[in-house]
Ligand binder design. Sequence first.
Ligand code: UDP
Length: 237
Amino acid sequence: MKENYLGVDVCTFNYEQISTSILNDIENDKKSFIVAINPEKIMKARKDKELLTLLNNADYQIPDGIGVVVASKLKGGKIKERVTGIDLMMHLCKVCESNGKSIFLYGGKPGVAETAKDKLIKDFPSIRIVGVIDGYEQDQEYIKEKINNANPDIIFVALGSPKQENWILENMNTSSPSIYQGVGGSFDVIAGNIDRAPEFLQKFGLEWFYRLLKEPWRWKRQILLPKFLIAVLTSRN
Ligand code: UDP
């Protein structure tokens, strides 16, 4: 069920398998933490033990970056496709809609989670979105109380990385939701503030190329990919 790249666990499940497992976790009142894994995070975790522990403590480490899929291919692993944070979020919204489970949106600039909520209701008319809070609210007590009063099954946390992962770890044991997913900039995408790459680029694993054209300052992050693949190829496990 898990593979390991340079010390970091990655879940081999596809969207359907994770969605089924998450629904099972909700039914059994099991707390779970979903974190997105990409080569950048793995390379960072090699030098940052705290980050490494944080990533490996999650229940589902999804192969969000194409580099992780390539690494699995090179090592004869089972991961065949990306499981992106935003697509998994959409799958989980569908699962929640079909099974009467509720969700909460926490993060993004003021107003963004509200707009994302409206868009989600358009896509999933029976979905139960029981609350939203923007990611710049400072009052942690207020945040906690609002989430606990709403009592959602799943909370999507969009504070960027590693802020969202740290927030989840600090709060998951004492908050009411079962499932915690860190979703980065996904509320911006759902709200329509940021475009995703055209589908054909996504299909060919070239979303990184589109982001590079749109946000050229990302090249420093992307140059890590070849370094990552060489490190995986020369590693023993
Ligand atoms: N954000 C937030 N609170 C903060 C810092 C960031 O809500 O204190 C939000 C920001 O508005 C954006 C998201 O977090 O919607 C970060 O998106 P990004 O694409 O940078 O995430 P990453 O690449 O780290 O996954």
